[in-house]
Design a protein around this ligand. Sequence first.
Ligand code: ATP
Ligand code: MG
Length: 451
Amino acid sequence: MRLSRYFLPVLKENPSEAQIVSHRLMLRAGMIKQSSAGIYSWLPLGFKVLKKIEGIVHEEQMRAGHIPLLMPTMQPAELWKESGRYDDYGEEMLRINDRHDRDMLFGPTNEEMITDIFRAHVSSYKDLPLTLYHIQWKFRDEIRPRFGVMRGREFLMKDGYNFDLTKEDALHAYNRHLVTYLRTYERMGLQAIPMRADGGPIGGDYTHEFLVLAETGESEVFYDSAVTDLTFGDREIDYDSVEECQGVLEEFTTKYARTDETHEAALFDEVPEERRRVARGIEVGQIFYFGTKYSEALGATVQASEGKPQPVHMGSHGIGVSRLLGAIIEANHDDNGIIWPEGVTPFHCGIVNLKQGDEAANAACDDLYAQLTAAGLDPLYDDRKERAGGKFATMDLIGLPWRITVGPRGLKNGVVELTSRRSGESEELAPEAAVAKIIEIYKDHPTPQGF
Ligand code: ATP
Ligand code: MG
């Protein structure tokens, strides 16, 4: 993309309504625009990152054999009356009447609807195990929408639901989701720590929240610092293997890590004092096993090989797709702007032409652009007639991890400059060598292909 043809409405001033850095930077970098409290338009740069995050989530879910579908945003109230949650859910649920005065609602989550789909089409144990998921906009009429996309009213969520014959099978699905989530967050350059959590309105005894440590996080967390040394890495895993998934769960959840809702001071005191941490975190996902709560209420049963129909065991598993943008920025920025991890960057690298109009500089930039594009990468070429300082400031603000700077002086010596946004370090090298290096870097960060 050429910046002169793009739509990147960056703000010079700090927007006064933004209290935290990610919100401020998303507004300043022209990623989002508020339309009303907690509801945003996703401008091109923000939309691009959102789509990448969504793509990574899809890929990692499908890798584990989970099946994507799409349910509507509007739901009939009847389903929620059947489960008993229509009255329980309270004011966060946006209730709407259609022209026939039927009670509708904008879905805050989808346990009822997916159970309705299941009961309509599945009746045999042979169709299990089954995990269905979607990535869809949710609405929760939050009392205090704030911090930009972190606590929106309309927000994008991945929510997945497993259906299993037995509790053991459903716990395997739970563990499998934990593994997919670890992989998903790491691919985005994030450390999200699974912490024992509270069932809340969805209910259930088995639940973990995934938290990204950040001062601006809304949750208070207590953990053994040894959990921050754990990484999933690029290990191979057989998602059908009960032992392997269980092993990962144990590895990542045995050490003390809890939110304030489940914190137990006496247990925490058993952690060696020098490893005890009290901090704040951003919840970027949560997994639940809740047994037959919804399948009983809605009559989602399967006929086992012998015996009578029995309600299926279920769990639900959510990722805050739009919230992740805020969380990633909270964890990756400096005074000059965002620093995108390679896995989610909107453009793979920036090209800055120091002397727009100079024949050699223009030709070199065009050439770099063509080579990177031919390699399947997506560069952003700042081809505006701006001062170098202004171009650098824009690149730093929008946070592309790599920048190639091209100027007549360097070109005379056959070199361009390659700069890392994160370290600030630069090296001079031949244009082809810069391209080769960028290609090499992104080999470990494949662009998600969607589905
Ligand atoms: P919270 O405690 O932050 O209100 P929750 O526990 O009610 O969230 P879940 O039902 O677990 O949320 O939803 C799954 C994920 O969706 C959460 O882990 C979070 O990342 C994201 N999410 C929830 N509410 C919001 C919101 N208002 N804005 C953006 N993302 C949200
Ligand atoms: Mg939650």
